[in-house]
Design a protein around this ligand. Structure first.
Ligand SMILES: CC(=O)SCCNC(=O)CCNC(=O)[C@H](O)C(C)(C)COP(=O)(O)OP(=O)(O)OC[C@H]1O[C@@H](n2cnc3c(N)ncnc32)[C@H](O)[C@@H]1OP(=O)(O)O
Ligand SMILES: O=C([O-])CC(=O)C(=O)O
Length: 449
């Protein structure tokens, strides 16, 4: 690679695109307007995410709100049915709060598809473990294409059928991928259970994960709430947008869902839940939970300076593209974590997370000049830890839930927009007349080859 590295270095220097050009041609970097708000790419009736208001054409921070089909997430969580995730799933997919009978029917259809197709486990899961479950999960979703009787049918009704099947398969898929990874990579014994039809998605995840099947009602209800909170976040979040972009070409649902999983894996998106706990572990090893705020601030400054943890310069679990003052999901999970911390004797860990949140927010204001809040990923990993859920499953659990939003937006877009997504870029390079191979010479000091 030696010479390629040198060429790459030269290519970076030669092909630089100056920031000024983005302004000159009014190009919306990251599909963002000048004030950081997103460029509108669609209309939706599924969910609304509110993080700021406008006063006199000025963006103003405000408390965050998340609405599923017009219902506030706080109200949905507070009044949830025992199968709250299924209730939220029905609401997002169909548009109204289900009656008891409709919820039962929804559960029954999902339960029929809990088990993976015959021989899928032996052929696809057992033989090729991977060190990263998100990558494997993408592959497994693509592999399920071959077990579908109408994989290429992209009619909205078929997408709903396929989507519900995938949603139902998720607990068995993610837990068995985890068990196999543990068996192959960590030399643990291999135990794989069958999903149970009467159980909810949340209960099945715990049932399948635990060797002795046991979990408490409180644990299942907490996981159910976590799944509810992650189920959708409007049409603009990266993984949902990805789904709609791929679907707009007429591609099949397995391709769109696997693309979304690839997007959600990213540490600036769903993968942040894993980075948060790894980063907190590194901070703890560096300064201990007992360190004062001054020491914590120093480490966070080093993170911002690309000088600690993964050198990305990011304080994981902090900041959001829309929310400013608060992310309602983080607030709800934080309150669950506070309760769980008392029960599990983990108050020191929880209060360290609280201090991280406070110091990180203050630094974001001081150094970056932005109102950043704790996002959903700050406390979700901690909540999973308290439920004894292994780290490998944090982001796959996000998939288990967000798949509902991906399907809902996929269908809505198909029904009412239906146009291939095709934005434009402006060419800002030079124009050249063709140079024959024998005429390609570079000055010695040009340093390009
Ligand atoms: C489910 C989810 O996806 S929730 C988000 C999970 N992701 C994380 O927790 C990762 C950390 N956070 C981030 O990377 C960002 O806050 C994002 C990706 C969530 C949002 O990014 P943006 O919309 O670009 O944020 P915003 O416009 O407020 O950023 C302003 C500046 O602050 C920086 N910034 C934002 N958040 C952070 C952060 N947590 N740590 C360090 N810098 C940050 C941005 O890089 C930007 O800097 P720049 O002007 O020098 O480029
Ligand atoms: O909305 C976003 O950009 C990211 C997010 O919080 C989510 O997808 O849940």
């Amino acid at each position: 690679m030696g010479s390629m590295d040198a060429y790459f270095h030269q290519a970076v220097v030669r092909n630089k695109i100056e920031n000024e050009l983005y302004r000159r041609y009014n190009v919306k970097k990251g599909l963002r307007n000048e004030d950081g708000t997103g460029v509108r790419i669609g209309l939706t009736r599924i969910a609304d995410v509110i993080g700021y208001t406008y006063e006199n054409e000025q963006k103003r921070p405000c408390e965050g709100k998340l609405l599923y089909r017009g219902y506030e997430i706080r109200d949905l969580v507070k009044n949830k049915a025992p199968m709250g995730f299924e209730e939220a799933g029905f609401l997002l997919l169909f548009g109204w709060l289900p009656t008891q009978r409709q919820l039962q029917e929804f559960h029954d259809v999902l339960a029929q598809a809990y088990e993976l197709p015959k021989h899928f486990m032996e052929t696809n899961i057992l033989l090729t473990p991977s060190s990263h479950l998100m990558n494997r999960l993408q592959q497994m979703v693509l592999a399920l294409f071959d077990y579908d009787k109408a994989p290429e049918d992209t009619s909205p009704a078929n997408i709903l059928r396929q989507g519900m099947d995938l949603m139902a398969h998720m607990p068995a898929l993610i837990t068995s991928l985890f068990q196999v990874k543990q068996h192959h990579c960590d030399r643990q014994s291999l135990t794989i259970h069958y999903p149970q039809e009467p159980l909810s998605i949340a209960e099945n995840i715990l049932y399948l994960l635990r060797e002795d099947h046991t979990y408490s009602a409180a644990e299942a209800q907490t996981l159910d709430v976590l799944l509810m909170l992650h189920a959708d976040h409007g049409g603009g979040n990266n993984s949902t947008f990805t789904n709609v972009v791929v679907a707009s070409t007429g591609s099949d649902l397995y391709s769109t869902i696997s693309a979304s999983i690839g997007s959600l894996k990213g540490p600036r998106h769903g993968g942040a839940n894993l980075r948060v706990v790894e980063m907190m572990q590194c901070i703890r090893e560096e300064i201990s939970y007992q360190a004062d705020d001054a020491a914590l601030r120093q480490v966070l400054l080093r993170i911002l300076d690309h000088d600690f943890y993964d050198h990305s310069g990011l304080l994981y679990g902090i900041g959001h593209a829309i929310y400013t003052t608060s992310d309602p999901r983080a607030e709800i999970i934080r309150s669950y974590c506070e309760r769980l911390a008392k029960e599990k004797g983990m108050e020191d860990v929880f209060s360290f997370f609280l201090r991280y949140e406070r110091c990180a927010k203050a630094l974001m204001k001081e150094i970056k000049g932005v109102d950043a809040c704790a996002n959903v990923d700050l406390y979700s990993g901690l909540a999973y830890t308290m439920l004894s859920i292994p780290k490998d499953l944090y982001t796959p659990l996000f998939v288990c839930s967000r798949i509902v939003g991906w399907i809902a937006h996929n269908i809505e877009n198909k029904l009412y927009d239906g146009r291939i997504m095709r934005p434009a870029t402006r060419y800002v390079g030079e124009l050249h007349s063709y140079v024959k191979m024998e005429d390609r010479t570079y000055e010695e000091d040009d340093n390009r080859i």
